[in-house]
Design a protein around this ligand. Structure first.
Ligand SMILES: [Fe+2]
Length: 306
């Protein structure tokens, strides 16, 4: 195919650069400052921490003091939720500059953002909204990712969204859309398996079918999170990506399936609302570590047998 050869040719060198170092192929946790002392005192060492970039865009103060201390001991992933990669009106250069400042300051092992939009005409909406999957949006999203990778001087990961409604205007599947983005921009992918399950349930397709068509070879990090259950107007199940409870057993099964195919990958437990005490979050991370360890042993066994 190449209905968009210009983008292929002008892909930035930054997109081909490796990140400074890699996250360990272990479980990590979304970092909340109230857990700092417990994490530092714990004999169990979490594999890495992930923070939302937007929480560290101020110049100084307590948040930076705490994160600077944590950074001394732990690999770090910086996850943006406000860049609005899918925005129809272009990236906000000031927001991108603030993101760059945070990335330069902490030199994280990984940087990621959502395939979503949350700003329109300089209004910031408090939600991550989906984009239509058509060629116009594909061009725009690729252009924005090129800009981000160029500005940061490094590759980023793009996260698959959780969605509740589809667009009439979509002309391709979400997996084809994401595959085309990865191919054209050179970005890596962050596979949020809870998002896959939430979207599959809400749209009535199979999560395993989606995963079978997803460009798994581009995945460099995984997200796991809890969701809540509601009902739509027709009385059908509607799942909300609420990040306020443990990971669902069916999402753990999908995770086991993906790690069985890909081998161990850095895996984040996201828990952003109704945040529990550290031991509860740690238990979720240890459950992920157990799955990673089991598949690491299986892949090692396969290598020795071949
Ligand atoms: Fe996520």
């Amino acid at each position: 195919m190449s209905s968009h050869p210009a983008v292929e040719i002008t892909r930035s060198d930054a997109s081909r650069k490796a990140s400074p170092a890699r996250l360990p192929r272990r479980a990590g946790a979304g970092f909340k400052p109230q857990h700092a002392d417990a994490i530092l005192a714990d004999a169990f060492r979490i594999g890495f921490l992930e923070v939302h970039a937007e929480n560290y865009m101020g110049a100084g103060g307590q948040p930076h003091r705490i994160l600077t201390r944590m950074r001394e001991d732990f690999p770090l992933s910086i996850h943006g939720v406000g860049l609005s990669i899918g925005s129809a009106t272009g990236l906000d250069p000031e927001h991108l500059a603030r993101l760059k400042t945070v990335v330069d300051r902490y030199q994280p092992e990984q940087v990621s953002e959502h395939l979503a939009w949350s700003t329109h005409d300089s209004h910031f909406l408090n939600d991550l909204l989906p984009v239509p999957y058509d060629t116009e949006t594909l061009d725009r999203v690729c252009d924005h990712i090129d800009q981000v990778q160029e500005a940061l001087g490094r590759r980023m990961l793009l996260e698959n969204p959780s969605t509740y409604l589809g667009f009439e205007a979509s002309t391709m599947s979400e997996t084809d859309f994401i595959r085309a983005i990865a191919r054209r921009t050179g970005c890596g992918l962050l596979l949020d398996i809870n998002n896959v399950y939430v979207s599959a349930t809400n749209h009535g397709y199979g999560a395993r079918d989606y995963l079978a068509d997803f460009p798994l070879f581009c995945v460099e990090e995984i997200h796991l999170a809890g969701h809540s259950e509601d009902m739509d107007d027709a009385g059908l199940p509607l799942l909300i990506d609420s990040h306020d409870r443990p990971v669902d057993d069916l999402v753990w099964d999908l995770y086991d399936h993906v790690i069985g195919k890909l081998g161990p990958l850095p895996t984040l437990i996201e828990w952003d609302n109704e945040v529990p005490d550290w031991p509860v979050l740690k238990r979720e991370a240890q459950r992920a570590d157990a799955i990673l360890d089991r598949h690491a042993i299986v892949s090692l066994g396969r290598r020795h047998a071949s």
